[in-house]
Ligand binder design. Sequence first.
Ligand code: FES
Length: 148
Amino acid sequence: MSNPSQTTEVQDFEPRIVAFLCKWCSSAGSDLAGVSRIQYSANATPITIPCSGSVSPMYILSAFNKGADGVLISGCHPGDCHYMEGNYLARRKLYLVKELLQFIGLESDRFRMSWVSAAEGAKFAEVVDEFVEDLRVLGPQNRLKAER
Ligand code: FES
């Protein structure tokens, strides 16, 4: 049985998400969610990137080091990358980054990858809402900040 004060903390906690969004698809998908007036959590700070494959693991660690509770990378669906194989490269990095996060003591579920096209505003909203709910359960990430 859960402690009522813990339940309140989970509900009050507003996770901070850094979202790296491919400009060709997911960034446009987030714009579509906005212009379609789809209601979703405002917890994600979007950073538009040329391709999901262009995100260095250092960017991800830097986001966590600066206090992000979660990091999202979102790109074109497999087969639709404008640079042919960038999202496949990103997908390979996903496993390495998750291992790295566990190695430094962070839950690997704080890092997430999704495929959202420019036509999928509703899906983008769902991805962000689900990530926010999952991060609420994990709680704030403050281990890296505490080590500074
Ligand atoms: Fe969108 Fe590569 S151009 S993931």
